[in-house]
Ligand binder design. Structure first.
Ligand code: PEP
Ligand code: MG
Length: 590
């Protein structure tokens, strides 16, 4: 039996051992077939019949999911159901059938490429990931045109490890926690549907395994270590024994974490640390609350905008959603971020940008599309009357932008007053610190705004000049790089001097070692994917802020990320062994 040990990316913690279920991937490739004028209407009817069948199947899948997994995940399929009614998608396909006189399969494939281009160009990993929805929908319609069976995971026996090249959203929607113990996926990204779901369902998962899929046979034994990011094919008995012990320890530890999730995180020397959640959907708010979140530290509004039929929800719709967020978060605060969009989804007439990450995006786009921005600002200020709202502006690179935003905010308030609509007159306005320029002028910015929220995802990318989604340079994406630590120290200093609050909402907030260094540098507010809140709360409770301050000061003198890590780890092991339990692999140590 073939044995193999592979390193990938740890994306959903825990350990699983089971027999492999290999998810076959059957790609539908279209062939171009010319049709006569007289056949066009029949071809379009064939398309609509396939759309109707696809809707029925997705609806049935959604109902099954609501029954078996819980309603909070069915949004995964909502995006696809919406797409099956989308005017752009349907109109483009019909248009190609009519003008190019081609079969529907070919037209669909062309439309998929076109839409893929639109989505992938958006500089937001989460949104870009939604392009897999398009592929999935097109594939389903395609299969329904030929009456082929839709592959499903219902054949799967219980207690398997799912091995796949990638998971489409509708496959992800079929993940059943009673059958699937772990996932080993070759491609996928941290923000894919499958991974979001695996984390919520607490299924250990490793991604980035390159060609593991081709090396496994059905029923091979696969061990998934979702904490260390390791996968072992047909592990020997000694290794299994070792891992079962590790699994037991991990599970005991998790039970303890969940038991304490609702308790506040207070260090041993009495420093209170606020833990908030990053959320994209209103339906995720109860999950965040269960995980012990004390409010929403980042609500990304891009999903709300891009799932709207016109990608431009009106003020009333936005107002309704923002009110629901605030009510769901009450009595805590909700930080709602204005649109961090870029590319051509909102601006179809705009020329595709050669470098959208540095292009007309986020606040730059909002300031260009003033009507759109003011609709969002008005809706937010109106919703501010129902709860504790804070507005966050993304991708600020200087004071001039902040002043333009504030001027528009004043205009919006004036308009609301004239229209006789109730609004909150003093909603705190904060900015994301995610460009090196914002760090450099943090002292000037701090005098203009009410709070800072540090976005390490972008800040690391821009400071280190490393594309956050590019696998080939991912080794350079280092949260502990001295340039990053110094930047964070500087902007926290600027915030403290100006007397404004500062929070950190990038993914790095959920990395225990990084979070502890931030605590040492004086950070007292974190916002992260809710799943990680219990762990970070636990880590915080195990340390003394006073000692961390000394550790962080010394860490700042270390010249490389690796040396920072080694130094901090060594200090933590000797001072706070309980905190080390939460670090990757820590719970397995003897
Ligand atoms: C960030 O950049 O750290 C951040 C939280 O924003 P986003 O991931 O949405 O770019
Ligand atoms: Mg960002």
């Amino acid at each position: 039996m073939r044995q193999l040990r592979l390193k990938g990316q740890a994306v959903s913690p825990g350990i699983a051992l089971g027999q492999a279920f290999i998810l076959e991937q059957t790609a539908a490739k279209a062939v171009r077939v010319g049709i006569a004028d007289s056949e066009v209407d029949d071809e379009i009817r064939r398309f609509h019949a396939a759309l109707a069948r696809s809707r029925e199947q997705l609806q049935a899948l959604k109902e099954r999911m609501n029954r078996e997994v819980g309603g909070e995940h069915s949004w995964i399929l909502d995006a696809q159901l919406l797409m099956l009614q989308d005017n752009l998608f349907i109109g483009q396909t019909e248009g190609r059938i009519r003008t190019e006189k081609v079969n529907v399969e070919w037209a669909l494939q062309e439309v998929q490429e076109y839409l893929d281009g639109l989505f992938k160009n958006l500089d937001d990993a989460y949104i870009a990931e939604r392009s897999s929805d398009i592929g999935d929908v097109v594939r389903r319609v395609h299969l329904n045109l030929g009456h082929l069976p839709i592959e499903s995971m219902t054949e799967m026996k219980e207690h398997v490890v799912l091995v796949a090249r990638d998971l489409t959203p509708s496959q992800a929607a079929q993940i059943d926690k009673h059958r699937i113990l772990g996932c080993a996926i070759d491609t996928a990204s941290r923000t894919s549907h499958a991974i979001i779901l695996a984390r919520s369902l607490k299924i250990p998962a490793v991604i980035g395994l390159h060609d593991f899929y081709y090396k496994v046979r059905n029923n091979d034994w696969v061990l998934v270590d979702g904490t260390e990011g390791e996968v072992v094919l047909n592990p020997p008995a000694t290794l299994i024994k070792e891992y079962l012990k590790k699994k037991q320890k991990y599970e005991d530890y998790q039970r303890e974490l969940v038991r304490c999730a609702q308790e506040p995180s207070i260090t041993q020397d009495g420093v209170y640390v606020v833990m908030q959640a990053n959320v994209e959907l209103v339906s995720d708010i109860p999950v965040a609350v269960q995980c012990g979140a004390e409010g929403i530290g980042l609500f990304r509004t891009e999903y709300l905008i891009l799932t709207d039929e016109k990608q431009d929800p009106d003020e009333e719709k936005q107002y309704g959603v923002y009110c629901s967020i605030l009510r769901g978060t009450s009595p805590h605060a909700a930080v709602i971020r204005t649109a961090d969009l870029g590319g051509d989804k909102l601006m179809p007439a705009q020329v595709r940008e050669p470098n959208p990450i540095l292009g007309l995006r986020a606040v730059r786009l909002s300031l260009r599309q003033k009507d759109f921005f003011k609709r969002q600002l008005r809706a937010l200020h109106r919703a501010g009357t129902v709860g504790n709202l804070r507005i966050l502006i993304p991708m600020i690179s200087g004071v001039a932008e902040v002043r333009q935003v504030k001027k528009l905010v004043e205009e919006c308030k004036q308009e609301l007053a004239e229209a006789g609509k109730a609004f909150a007159p003093k909603v705190p306005i904060g900015i994301m610190i995610e460009t090196p320029a914002a760090v450099t002028v943090a002292d000037l910015l701090a005098r203009e705004v009410d709070f800072f929220s540090i976005g390490t995802n972008d800040l690391i990318q821009h400071t280190l000049a490393v594309d956050r989604d590019n696998d080939s340079v991912s080794y350079l994406y280092e949260p502990l790089h001295p340039a990053i630590l110094r930047s964070l120290r500087d902007c926290m200093r600027a915030a403290a001097e100006a007397g404004i609050g500062v929070s950190l909402c990038g993914e790095a907030a959920a990395e225990p070692l990084f979070a502890l260094i931030m605590l040492g540098l004086g950070l007292r507010e974190f916002s992260m994917n809710p799943t990680f809140i219990p762990v970070i709360k636990h880590v915080v409770r195990a340390v003394r802020a006073d000692d961390l301050r000394d550790i962080a000061c010394e860490a700042l003198l270390r010249p490389t990320a690796q040396e920072v890590e080694e130094f901090v780890l060594e200090r933590l092991v000797s001072k706070f062994p309980d905190a080390v339990m939460a670090l990757p692999g820590g719970y397995g140590g003897e």
